[in-house]
Write a protein that binds this ligand. Structure first.
Ligand code: TZP
Ligand code: MG
Length: 212
C-alpha cells in the first residue's frame, strides 16, 4: 500500500495490553468501523495477554480487517511479524532494530515509520532515504508506555515539524481537547492508544480525530 500523509490523521495504536482481557479484537474492530485512518499492531510487554502463537494469529486477523477497510496495518517494532502477516508497514523506535537495516530489508514493500522525539533524531532521520513518516512525542505524560521519552509538549512538536519535510504524527497523552492544537503545529495527525481504547464512545472520538 502506498503511503499518504492523510493516513496519519486518525492513527490508532493498540495491543492486548491496552484493553481488558478478551476485548482486543472487538475494540480494534470498533475503531476500524469508526473510521480510523491507520492501525498499528503494538502488542508487547508484561501486560500483553497474547502468547506468541496467538499474537501472530490475531495480527493476521486484524491485518485482514484493515485490508477490508482499506487502511494500513502497521506492525510496531517486529520486522519478522510484519513480514509474516504481510503488513502494510512497520514502525520502529530509536532503540529498536536499526532504521537503516529496516529500510534495506523492507523499504521497497512497506510503509516505514520512525519514532523521533528530539531535534537530533529528526535531523539524523532526515538524512536516511526511505522513511515515510515520524512519530513524535510524548506530547503529554502517558500511562500507556512505561519507558516513554520526556514530554515534548506542543512547542516541542512544532519545533520538530519545522525541521522536516516528512509528515509527523503526534503521540502521547493526546485527548480530544488537544486535536486542533496538534494540527495547528503542522503535524499530519494524532496517534492515540487510550483515547480510543478506553473510550465508551469510540465512534465519536474517531469522528473528532477525522474532523480536527
Ligand atoms: N509512544 C510514545 S507515547 C506512546 C507511545 C506508544 C503511548 C501513547 O498512548 P496514549 O494512551 O495515547 O498516551
Ligand atoms: Mg519501540
Amino acid at each position: 500500500m502506498k503511503f499518504k500523509p492523510e493516513m496519519l490523521k486518525a492513527y490508532f495504536v493498540c495491543g492486548s495490553q491496552d484493553v481488558p482481557e478478551g476485548q482486543y479484537k472487538a475494540v480494534v474492530n470498533d475503531a476500524i468501523k469508526a473510521g480510523v485512518t491507520a492501525f498499528q499492531f503494538r502488542d508487547k510487554g508484561a501486560d500483553s495477554t497474547l502468547t506468541p502463537i496467538d499474537r501472530a494469529a490475531v495480527a493476521m486477523k486484524l491485518r485482514g480487517k484493515c485490508a477490508e477497510a482499506g487502511i494500513p496495518f502497521i506492525v510496531d517494532d517486529n520486522v519478522e511479524l510484519a513480514k509474516q502477516v504481510n503488513a502494510d508497514g512497520i514502525h520502529v523506535g530509536q532503540s529498536d532494530e536499526k532504521i537503516q537495516d529496516v529500510v534495506n530489508e523492507v523499504g521497497d514493500q512497506m510503509i516505514i515509520g520512525l519514532s523521533c522525539s528530539t531535534a537530533e533524531e529528526v535531523k539524523a532521520a532526515n538524512a536516511i532515504d526511505g522513511i515515510d513518516y515520524y512519530g513524535s512525542g510524548p506530547i503529554h505524560p502517558t500511562g500507556s508506555k512505561a519507558d516513554a521519552d520526556p514530554v515534548i509538549g506542543l512547542v516541542g512538536l512544532k519545533q520538530l515539524v519545522s525541521l522536516t519535510k516528512r509528515p509527523i504524527v503526534a503521540i502521547g497523552g493526546i485527548t480530544v481537547a488537544d486535536l486542533s492544537d496538534v494540527r495547528k503545529t503542522g503535524a499530519a495527525g494524532s496517534a492515540v492508544i487510550s483515547m480510543i481504547a478506553q473510550s465508551e464512545d469510540i465512534t465519536s472520538v474517531v469522528k473528532a480525530m477525522l474532523e480536527a
